[in-house]
Design a protein around this ligand. Structure first.
Ligand code: GLY
Length: 355
């Protein structure tokens, strides 16, 4: 078992991230041992429940099943989860256990962060995207009709338990959505200030077949590398006042495409990859990188055969970018590559964005 730690600067809230590939049957006891003799409820994705309920073996009456899909991350389900917590009379010492992908982690975390001004919560991510990105760092949220993640908190979990075996049952498309965030980490590695040379770009090109074949030990190593990068960034800037913005590489354009296509046509990871390709092009035109580096990045992306997203109407995409929560004072923040595995945040007025 590998144990990594989140140690946030100027904060007393530190927590462990356990990464293993043990039998899923062992998970319940491991989590319950960690929370001690406390009351708890479990919020679980319906897909994960169907596949793993007997292996997980949590008491049925403690389980809240959340349907899958981004559209479930809404205020109605948030209220239902709160009612479920109230029904179980959880106190501040008790815990919410979130088992699933980013949607479950975000909404369960948001409920845990607001119930009684915050109770314990444990993340058990089951998708590649949640294992490598969303389960760590304490971003919780629900979506509104005005946009994604517009209502939420920064609220760190008490622990994250990653079991790589969950990844074996992901569909190719869902798996690749996670890979979109993984390649992002490769392209931002040197800016994360991790203090270790992890060389994720090399790891990805040397292990592409094993990764695409869901090789458990390779995925375990891959998740460890991404978590080391993510924790390094979160430790330095929990609330995204500076450095953490680099985790949004590919997201300004990516979020706009997701919104434009109503979160139905493309996965988050596919949109992030489209955003990275857009940022590479934009940075090249601004002379922040050279053609050779753009080629290296495009080549790495090609290895994973992501869905190609066509170009959309520039004015419509710009309009969506302006309503993104990261836009301020008529300026749009873009994370752009500036060198090998390096990125930086830049602000642009809409007319200066090169499509
Ligand atoms: N997923 C981006 C962040 O955690 O900041």
């Amino acid at each position: 078992m590998c144990k990594l730690e989140v140690n946030i600067k100027n904060s007393e809230k530190n927590y462990p991230i356990f990464i293993n590939n043990r039998d899923i049957e062992t998970l319940k006891q491991t989590v319950l041992d960690y929370i001690g003799e406390k009351n708890y409820i479990v919020v679980i994705s319906s897909k994960v429940y169907k596949l793993y309920s007997s292996k997980l073996n949590f008491d049925k009456h403690k389980i809240f099943i959340l349907k899958d899909g981004e559209k479930e991350k809404n205020i109605k389900n948030y209220t239902k989860i709160l009612q479920f917590i109230l029904k179980h009379r959880l106190t501040r010492e008790d815990a919410v256990i979130a088992i699933g992908g980013g949607v479950v982690g975000d909404i369960a975390g948001f409920a845990a962060s607001t119930y009684m001004r915050g109770i314990k919560y444990i993340q058990v991510p089951t998708t590649l995207l949640a294992c490598t990105d969303s389960s760590v760092g304490g971003k919780t949220a629900i979506d509104t009709s005005y946009g994604k993640n517009l209502v939420g908190t920064f609220y760190q979990p008490d622990a994250v338990f990653i079991n790589i075996n969950f990844l074996k049952t992901l569909s190719k498309r869902q798996f690749k959505s996670g890979l979109g965030e993984v390649v992002k980490y490769a392209f931002i590695e040197k800016s994360c200030g991790c203090g270790e040379d992890l060389n994720l770009m090399n790891f990805l090109s040397n292990n592409k077949d094993k990764i695409l074949n869901y090789d458990v030990l390779t995925l375990k190593e891959l998740v460890e590398i991404c978590i080391k990068l993510k924790t390094s960034v979160v430790n330095q800037d929990e609330k995204e006042s500076g450095l953490r913005k680099i985790l949004n590489y590919g997201h300004t354009y990516g979020h706009a495409v997701e919104n434009y296509t109503k979160y139905k046509k493309y996965t988050h990871g596919e949109c992030v990859v489209a955003g990275i390709l857009f940022a590479l092009n934009f940075a090249l035109k601004l002379n922040k990188i050279d053609k050779e580096y753009q080629f290296i990045c495009q080549d790495l992306i090609k290895n994973f055969d992501f869905t190609v997203i066509p170009k959309f109407n520039k004015n419509k995409i710009l309009k969506i970018m302006m309503t993104d929560k990261k836009a301020s004072d008529d300026a749009i923040t873009f994370i752009l590559p500036t060198g090998f595995a390096q990125v930086k945040a830049f602000k642009f007025s809409p007319e200066d964005i090169i499509f």
